[in-house]
Design a protein around this ligand. Structure first.
Ligand code: ATR
Length: 278
């Protein structure tokens, strides 16, 4: 039986997940088709019910439903409960299991793509929105000390409070030399936002050899990453987190290691095929 997986969100037409997940299933010889399921809020309940049928392997969840799916899940993983958001669902004989691989994917991408273990590292995170939440919690779990700087300070304070002893909110980043990793979780620099030529950091005083990691993947080289490179930092672009959250989801569904390089290639080819946004 061909099994089905898909992405629940709205809109989902431009998602890269179908492209790299299908490439991964094909590469591994698995009879699975991954579809973009555009799901307005009014259809979410029905979509979740369908997910329990035997041909359904599971799903990813994206904006705006990462929280809204939670009441429809039978068993929540600890991390997804703490983050308060689910991005991966597994259907096991009609029971739905919820996970969140966004933050863990971020940490895994640093480990596997840059051979960097954040244990004991000082990390500065720009932003305190939904994306920051999973990243900060996963970094703290991995043993990093995280400072959070956000345009709206109260959001940074709330997030630091949630994350506990390993995190603190900062009004100003302070001496950048103190940080081993600087992360952009804001939308600054993202194609189509009018902030393409902006960056949350000037990298003045940053330590050459430290890491700058962006979660924005279009453009692939953001102003944040280009400025970091010019200041002598090592960089990791946003496609890595996207692919690794997908790789961890793939493993939840299949029990096997995901072909990360195949997924990267598929995602890059698709971005190149689409060309720059107009
Ligand atoms: P996401 O779920 O993608 O993280 P979000 O919850 O809307 O989206 O969060 C967006 C983050 O980018 C926030 O930290 C936001 O700062 P505020 O909390 O002050 O709104 C940040 N952000 C977006 N545009 C920004 C800009 N032009 N300058 C500074 N911060 C910005």
């Amino acid at each position: 039986m061909t099994r089905t997986a898909g992405l629940i969100g709205h809109p989902v037409a431009h998602s890269l997940s179908p492209v790299f997940q299908n490439a991964a299933f094909q590469h591994c010889g698995l009879d699975v088709v991954y579809t973009a399921w555009d799901t307005p809020a009014a259809r979410l309940r029905t979509r979740m019910q369908r997910l329990r049928s035997a041909e359904m392997l599971g799903a990813n969840v994206t904006i705006p439903h990462k929280q809204a799916v939670m009441p429809h899940i039978d068993e929540l993983g600890d991390f997804s409960r703490r983050v308060g958001a689910v991005n991966t669902i597994v259907n096991r004989e009609g029971r739905l299991f919820g996970f969140n691989t966004d933050g863990p994917g971020f940490v895994q991408s640093l480990k596997d793509e840059r051979n960097f273990d954040p244990r004991g590292a000082n990390v500065l995170v720009f932003g305190a929105g939904g994306a920051a939440r999973g990243i900060v919690l996963a970094l703290v779990d991995a043993g990093a000390a995280v400072s959070i700087a956000n345009r709206t300070p109260s959001r940074a304070e709330d997030l630091a409070h949630t994350a506990g002893a390993g995190a603190r909110a900062v009004r100003q980043p302070g001496d950048l030399a103190a940080y081993d990793v600087l992360v952009n979780t804001t939308s600054i620099g993202m194609e189509g936002t009018g902030t393409e030529d902006q960056s949350p950091s000037d990298f003045l005083g940053a330590r050459p050899g430290a890491f700058a990691v962006d979660i924005v993947y279009a453009p692939e080289r953001t102003t944040f990453l280009r400025d970091a490179e010019a200041a002598g930092l090592r960089t990791l672009g946003g496609l890595a987190m996207l692919v690794y959250q997908g790789a961890l989801a793939f493993t939840h569904w299949t029990g096997i290691h995901a072909p990360v390089e195949v997924m990267f290639d598929a995602a890059r080819n698709e971005l190149a095929r689409r060309g720059p946004a107009r």
